[in-house]
Design a protein around this ligand. Structure first.
Ligand code: CA
Length: 259
């Protein structure tokens, strides 16, 4: 009997280990729902007008220092240290290359503030491009994230500008961020009704991504990544632990009866 208990324990530990290693996307916003997209900037805005089109947030920049900030719901809040990478898919009109910024606030680093800030360059060539940014090199990316602010253009602007954001998503590793696309996250009924058109557009966009200048461009149709991203990281360990415990108990009972 002792051996079977040990066997069951090993199965449980193995399953927990596997579940923990199948880490996937954390909090993410795909801006596919028009109402949710317009309401995303529920914390604060400056010099922007927000709308939604073709599965993306459309930000019309109206003046200097444009920004939009979101207060994360309790379900959306996450541990910054566990998700150091943010992936965002942008399309910028008019300008060539601009500096963009993220700001944030956490329970231990209130913000948005001057020290809760990460800058990175965007290429304004009117093509969709994916960017993976490591925020964790800023030491204030720590604690539970409760506010996230996007400053699509840092500081002053040259004129009116339109910026599109297809999604914002957080990841544990750079590899997961690169592999992820929002394709398998699309579950809204509205999108199902235009499925064929979406597929055609996605294929066209994928070609654009591959030729885009971003170093982190990924291939959209990677099946392994699609499988991984559908599993929420916080859910797997619990379910697998329960399944493992039941399985191990069943195995132990069967072997005990045989004995
Ligand atoms: Ca989208």
């Amino acid at each position: 009997m002792k051996k079977f208990v040990q066997f069951g324990f090993c199965v449980i530990m193995l399953c927990i280990f596997l579940a923990m290693s199948v880490s996937a996307v954390g909090t993410y916003w795909t801006f596919d729902d028009p109402d949710a997209t317009v309401e995303w900037a529920d914390s604060s805005t400056n010099n922007v007008e927000i709308s939604q089109a073709d599965g993306a947030m459309v930000i019309s920049v109206l003046g200097d220092d444009p920004y939009l900030a979101h207060s994360l719901t309790e379900d959306e809040q996450f541990d910054a240290a566990a998700f150091p990478y943010v992936k965002v898919r942008y399309k910028i009109t008019n300008l060539m290359t601009i500096t963009s910024e993220f700001f944030w606030g956490t329970d231990i680093n209130p913000g948005p503030a001057a020290n809760t800030n990460k800058q990175f360059d965007l290429t304004g060539d009117e093509e969709w491009a994916e960017y993976v940014v490591n925020i964790s090199d800023v030491e204030t990316w720590a604690g539970k994230v409760s506010t996230f602010r996007v400053d699509p253009i840092q500081g002053n602007i040259l004129g009116e500008e339109t910026i599109y954001i297809d999604y914002i998503a957080f990841f544990a590793t750079e590899e997961e961020a690169i592999a992820w696309t929002e394709d398998s996250q699309d579950t809204t009924a509205a999108e199902e009704t235009v499925a064929e058109e979406t597929v055609a557009e996605t294929e066209a966009e994928t070609e654009a991504e591959i030729t885009a200048p971003a170093e982190t461009v990924s291939e959209t149709m990677d099946e392994s990544s699609i499988t991984a991203e559908t599993a929420p990281v916080t859910f797997d360990p619990i379910v697998l632990t329960i399944i493992s415990a039941v399985s191990a108990s069943a195995v132990a009972v069967v072997f005990r009866k045989k004995k």
